[in-house]
Design a protein around this ligand. Structure first.
Ligand SMILES: [Zn+2]
Length: 219
């Protein structure tokens, strides 16, 4: 006899939700926090957030979901490997540190960790010192396997850090003017479309059905 299945929302309401199993995470592609990468990260923090900063550590209060827009897993990993930014005229005034992400989710749902969650990655203007970044290989065609992997990974990080906000990169501007927004240059801002309202709605609904909810975004 198997146990009867109850809706996850009911279990969550009753406080009976099981801790979600930790997702399988491939750490074979971790970037090395070399002295130059650490120094460039610190320079970014000093330029944008706090001229007196001495640490690259962040406080994860938020998860930001992205898509890569182009390419394959391999090209994504190659994009994040260098320490110095190149080929991004849109954000080059923001400093030399390359863009990055803590996690990359491949088309088949494989989760790769690239960075320690509490080391700052350059992935979301204004909010990098509070935000863990998850990149998805693809664009407006993210797969069911990626949705499942994002659900597991967000659930895991939510439980690990008590993360308060889950946002799509396209929603980040809603935090301008809030205490979490640290960018000193009001003209340093880019309009984003990733990963789009449809994917975020699916992800939020899936998480909510497992009892994982986040604070509402600022208006
Ligand atoms: Zn993005």
């Amino acid at each position: 006899m198997s146990r009867p299945a109850f809706p996850a929302t009911l279990l969550a309401l009753l406080g009976l939700a099981q801790a979600a199993p930790a997702p399988t995470i491939d750490t074979s592609q971790m970037l090395r926090m070399t002295p130059p990468r650490t120094q460039l990260t610190l320079e970014y923090i000093r330029q944008h957030y706090d001229a007196k900063a001495t640490s690259i550590q962040i406080t994860p209060l938020m998860i930001v979901i992205h898509w890569t827009a182009t390419g394959s897993l391999k090209s994504t990993l190659n994009t994040f490997k260098p320490e110095v930014l190149s080929g991004r005229t849109d954000i080059q005034k923001g400093g030399k540190l390359n863009t990055g992400a803590h996690y990359v989710v491949d088309r088949d749902g494989t989760i790769y960790q690239l960075m320690n969650e509490t080391d700052m990655a350059r992935h979301v203007i204004g909010l990098n010192r509070f935000a863990i970044g998850i990149e998805n290989v693809g664009n407006n065609d993210l797969t069911p396997a990626q949705l499942k992997a994002n659900t597991q990974l967000v659930n895991y990080l939510y439980e690990k850090y008590g993360v308060q906000y889950l946002i799509g990169h396209h929603e980040y501007g809603q935090f301008r003017g809030t205490p979490l927004w640290e960018e000193k240059d009001p003209s340093y801002f880019t309009v984003k479309s990733d990963p789009g309202a449809a994917f975020m709605a699916q992800l939020r609904a899936t998480l909510q059905s497992g009892g994982v909810t986040f604070r509402a975004l600022p208006k």
